[in-house]
Design a binder for this molecule. Structure first.
Ligand SMILES: Nc1ncnc2c1ncn2[C@@H]1O[C@H](COP(=O)(O)OP(=O)(O)O)[C@@H](O)[C@H]1O
Ligand SMILES: [Mg+2]
Length: 297
């Protein structure tokens, strides 16, 4: 099959909360797939179900290959050396099958050669995270699942860990979660966006950028702050929303159009009809950040 993971209609109930309400998406083999969503959206829950650490309430997960998993707060043994810890993890895996011995290549790939004999507890956060990633590689899995692998890293370690993740491409399928769109768009070829236990969008990043280009954001500069025209604008132009930019020097209104028609000429007329002075009007390039914000609000 050309999918590494297929998730169908996953539901997870915790006492008093439905954490996942029918999550479906699939992960292409060989892709780096970003699982994007705000805190509490259901990312960790989904990942724990995929890895078999937690049962679902209902739904189905199909996985084609062995999995290496880095949990959100990786349970490293701080009083073990890097090499002993990786050996230990490999031995746990060996109880299920005879793994190919990958410790040396995991150490090399993760740049741990200079610290392999040191205690994990004495390493910096960035190096601890490298050990966490190395630990996903020792049994040579086809699929690597990383739950928010860059949270809490300093800027230098952040770049190093991101590069390490990129270097996994080709040899592995990677599913990584993040609440940062910027990170996902740097690393991933595909994304699935989750909010409140539901998938909002899923697919190749390229296609998402394309479909979103169809919508426009228009900024107009006017003579005074006046939210009383908001509703009128929304109605007349079928807008998704309007927002006043409080940080702009001049009263600036941002309109999120649902259509691809150019509404600028009609907008100029509208302002005139409503006795407003229009000082500027421009179409702004929409970016994925806007898309994400609109979808997860
Ligand atoms: N063990 C648990 N018991 C009860 N509720 C939980 C448990 N784990 C997660 N949740 C709830 O499920 C929802 C999704 O959580 P989680 O999957 O951790 O989100 P994310 O990883 O996207 O931040 C949240 O509302 C969270 O409070
Ligand atoms: Mg989480």
């Amino acid at each position: 099959m050309d999918k590494a993971i297929i998730i169908q209609n996953l539901v997870k109930d915790f006492p008093g909360t439905r954490a996942l309400s029918g999550v479906s998406f699939s992960v292409e083999k060989g892709s780096i797939h970003g699982f994007l969503g705000p805190n509490g959206a259901g990312k960790s829950t989904t990942m724990r179900i995929i890895t078999g650490l937690m049962p679902s309430t209902s739904g189905e997960v199909t996985v084609d290959g062995r999995i290496g998993f880095l949990a959100e707060n990786p349970p490293l043994y701080l009083n073990m050396t890097v090499r002993d810890y990786l050996q230990f993890v490999l031995e746990i895996h060996s109880q299920n099958f005879k793994p190919i011995y990958k410790i040396d290549s995991a150490i090399e790939k993760c740049g741990l050669g200079s610290v392999e004999k040191r205690l994990i507890g004495n390493l910096s956060k960035g190096f601890k995270q490298r050990v966490g990633i190395a630990q996903t590689l020792v049994h040579n899995p086809e699929i690597i699942i990383l739950d928010e692998p860059t949270v809490g890293l300093d800027p230098k370690a952040l770049v190093e860990i991101r590069n390490l993740i990129l270097s996994l491409r080709g040899d592995h399928t990677v599913l990584l979660s993040s609440h940062q769109l910027n990170e996902v768009s740097l690393l991933c070829s595909h994304i699935s966006i989750i909010n409140s236990g539901e998938i909002i969008k899923s697919g190749p990043l390229k296609e998402m950028r394309k479909t979103f280009k169809g919508q426009q954001v228009i900024e107009i500069t006017v003579d005074r702050w006046d939210p009383s025209i908001d509703q009128k604008l929304i109605k007349q132009f079928d807008l998704a929303k309007v927002e006043w930019d409080n940080e702009a020097d001049q009263p600036l209104l941002r309109l999120y159009s649902r259509s691809t028609n150019d509404i600028r000429p009609e907008l100029a007329r509208f302002m005139l009809d409503n006795e407003r002075h229009l000082y500027g009007i421009q179409q702004v390039e929409t970016n994925l950040e806007d898309m994400f914000n609109q979808m997860t609000r």
